[in-house]
Design a protein around this ligand. Structure first.
Ligand code: ZN
Length: 89
């Protein structure tokens, strides 16, 4: 799932990917992330793939009651990117 490069920059970009898509980054963090995408094709590709997936999930959200499934998909995606998933309660 994660095709991010192995450099430190790419790891940081990878960690910020979901925050960026969720709109929870600071303006500064988002700008850094966007700057990385411009110079890193791998992260740009990863971002585009995740963005499309999230858009597809969100577009199906309106008429779907399957919120639990959506949450599980997102949790699974995050667990592949982050070293450890936060405890869910
Ligand atoms: Zn990168």
């Amino acid at each position: 799932m994660s095709d991010c490069g192995s450099g430190d920059d790419c790891r940081e970009a990878c960690k910020r990917l979901f925050g960026y898509l969720d709109g929870v980054l600071t303006v500064e963090q988002a700008a850094e992330f966007e700057a990385h995408l411009k110079r890193c094709g791998r992260c740009a590709d990863a971002h585009e793939a995740e963005r499309r997936l999230l858009a597809a999930i969100k577009s199906s959200e309106a008429d779907s009651t399957d919120l639990a499934l959506r949450r599980r998909i997102l949790a699974a995606l995050r667990s592949t990117t982050l070293p450890s998933a936060p405890p869910s309660g």
